[in-house]
Design a protein around this ligand. Structure first.
Ligand SMILES: [Zn+2]
Length: 370
């Protein structure tokens, strides 16, 4: 009964309150994706849950976004002189890192919905078989070498033994972020853990980048040269090289200017901010939230979405409402919920509970709440 009540409240929030709350807003929502992989692929099985959506989820998201938002490219979305004429907030789609699955699985869906997006490339990894250190860790966890990682990096995992392998990998990666990228890579070298990317974990080739750009739906931005986290501990010359040389790498291969930047892992420091602000039109972080009007073009907040929290229409709607209305529910919201609950008949509730609720019940039949 408690679950049913929660389900009803969530349905009302998602389908009635959300459209009301988004009306007449000039805010900019920036959505953050990383990888797009089929659920039955080994790369999906291995990847951190927070890094991936399957093509079906991306397709459903774009439907949802087009219904509730004015989906635009970064430049248009931040152009104050061109306010949204749809009475909906603006929304921008972004992809981090430059994974080859963005070409094979995301691009066809972007084309289907005619949706603009920005992809941030790690310029020295494009067209190579280099991989990120978290992916080496994930492959080791998959190969049963977790204990070796924990011992080498003196980690103290705090998750239950019942956790899934990929969630354990994500936990280990999070703990390892207390080390600098240099410390991690030098330990990998000492332990001989350096590996090439598995074929389904490879980055885009430059030809794929060019083809995506020619679709006129994908703008290319920078995500540094080597994905170093730009914290204050990194030498200033390295920070400068990571930022400014990435522009040269990208503009040498492409015909258009590289105007947008994304901070790896969301880490920033004053010297990085100074260089980025002087070199790019816009920059994004991993700070969560909505960019409220009037918008500043740098250090934009984003909203990360991935399968576990957004693979049904109800989940993504509730996520959007939670982001929009965080701690700001008004008395009129509660009044609206109360009136609507009273006005819904018992048979309507029964139908919602038994499957006509647009995918809000998972395969075990238990209602899921994001
Ligand atoms: Zn990244």
């Amino acid at each position: 009964m408690k679950n049913l009540a929660k389900l009803i409240v969530n349905l009302i929030k998602a389908y009635i309150l959300l459209p009301l709350k988004l009306r007449n807003k000039q805010d900019v929502w920036v959505i953050m994706y990383h990888r797009v992989l089929p659920k039955n692929s080994s790369a999906y099985e291995r990847e951190e849950p927070g890094m991936v959506v399957c093509p079906e989820t991306l397709n459903m998201h774009l439907d949802f976004f087009k219904k509730h938002f004015d989906v635009q490219g970064l430049d248009d979305a931040l152009n104050h002189a061109a306010p949204s004429n749809t009475l909906k907030p603006k929304l921008v789609i972004t992809f981090d890192d430059g994974w080859s699955d963005n070409f094979s699985h995301a691009l066809p869906i972007l084309k289907k919905h005619n949706t603009p997006s920005t992809i941030y490339l790690v310029s020295q990894m494009i067209g190579t078989n280099r991989t990120f250190w978290p992916n080496i860790i994930l492959a080791m966890v998959e190969a049963g070498e977790s204990a070796r990682i924990v011992k080498t990096f003196k980690l103290e995992p705090t998750v239950p033994a019942t956790i899934s392998q990929r969630e354990f990998g994500a936990h280990i990666i999070n703990l390892m972020k207390c080390y600098s990228d240099e410390e991690i890579w030098s330990t990998f070298e000492r332990e001989n853990w350096i590996e090439s990317a598995k074929d389904d974990d490879r980055m885009l080739s430059w030809n794929e980048v060019i083809e995506m750009q020619h679709s006129n739906l994908v703008e290319i931005g920078s995500h540094t040269r080597n994905h170093y986290r730009l914290s204050k501990d990194l030498p200033k010359n390295v920070i400068e090289n990571e930022i400014t040389q990435s522009v040269i790498d990208i503009e040498t291969k492409l015909t258009s200017a590289c105007k947008h930047f994304c901070y790896p892992n969301g880490d920033t420091c004053p010297s990085a901010i100074e260089i980025v602000n002087a070199s790019f039109h816009t920059s994004v972080t991993t700070r969560k939230g909505i960019n409220r009007f009037p918008i500043q073009p740098h250090n934009l907040k984003r909203i990360g979405v991935f399968d576990d929290i957004s693979d049904t229409h109800l989940k993504i709607a509730c996520k959007a409402l939670r982001v929009e209305g965080k701690s700001r529910h008004s008395i009129s919201d509660f009044a609206a919920v109360t009136v609507i609950v009273i006005s819904i008949g018992a048979d309507q509730i029964y139908r919602l509970r038994n499957g006509s609720s647009n995918g809000c019940v998972n395969h075990t039949g238990t209602p899921t709440y994001p």
